[in-house]
Design a binder for this molecule. Sequence first.
Ligand SMILES: *Cc1c(COP(=O)(O)O)cnc(C)c1O
Length: 390
Amino acid sequence: MDRWGERTRLVHAGAARSPFGETSEALFLTSGFVYERAEVAEARFADRAPGYTYSRLANPTVRMFEERMAALEGSEEATATASGMAAVFAVLMASLKAGDRVVAGRLLFGSTDYILRELLPRFGIRVTLVDPADPEAWRRALDRPAQLVFFETPTNPTLELVDIEAVSRIAKEAGALVVVDNVLATPILQRPAELGADVVVYSATKHIDGQGRCLGGVILSSAAFRKDVLVPFLKHTGPALSPFNAWVLLKGLETLALRVRAQSESALEIARHLAGHPRIEAVRYPGLADHPQHALAERQMRAAGPILAFRVGGGRARAFAVLNRLRLIRISNNLGDVKSLATHPASTTHARLPQEERERLGIAEDLIRLSVGLEETEDLIADLEEALEA
Ligand SMILES: *Cc1c(COP(=O)(O)O)cnc(C)c1O
């Protein structure tokens, strides 16, 4: 696959045809496998012969999805999980032990925030949270040894960026494994591994499926990390991706580049439109020249992505009024769909955080996050225009 370009890999990489010669990837909806002879089962269990044994460990359709993801990212290996959170949790639990220290960006997906703030400390793992956009804050936190560094960029929902190359360098000096949640940027627009990250995780539920159908997750890593760290943890704890979901995700990957580029172009147009709007207080989008980290976005992203956020003024009441007047764009906590979705983070995805912490993170009461879909841009702008009259 090395000689083929991105869109070719998205359509063909990892496809393994059965003896029937099917055009589409086959769906191996089977939990187990049978053996011609007892000796074959013995050899597979002893890792002396290749082949499948049980779909908690590996499945041909899931393997096709993993190989396509690895080929897309140019990564040695990809390991699929049942959801994005299963991917995040597996990487953390499989690599850490009591006494270890994690340094993470303070703006995180809600459930990742829960694992870092609530769950890991119960097992004697210390967690330091830093302002993700400030390289000095990372440097200060990493002047002592740490075993793992975790961040998202752009952050959800405030669209701040982490300088992947700079933070990876500082983290390596502190001896830490660098793990990046690349969901918002997508594998099309940003490649953290090329900038120094060791492990990249995705919720495949978002742009990889992209059509709002199923949950999935995937971890990109070296072959050694998969074999020595991930596989022993995953095979005995069981957050396996369903073969059916892997098949849906394979279909999603075929159109990923087309969708993400079109959605990202549309997001930029909408961000520009809203930036000059008299009824908008502020727009957060790394693709706008007035974003404080616009130069960094140009350096580490191929485009600024399908997600933006804006403040409508007037607190929660006005944010709700605007959301309730939308007719085409739907209210949802999800993102990464071909259908445009609007979220009020302060009352949904980030409601668990205390108000002071939300204020500190810039998750204002009047902030709306918009995940731009594949509809006509002018229809989305018209819908927003009517809603802003509220
Ligand atoms: C959705 C999401 C997750 C979790 O993924 P699930 O598939 O819902 O478990 C993790 N990180 C980010 C940034 C997300 O948007």
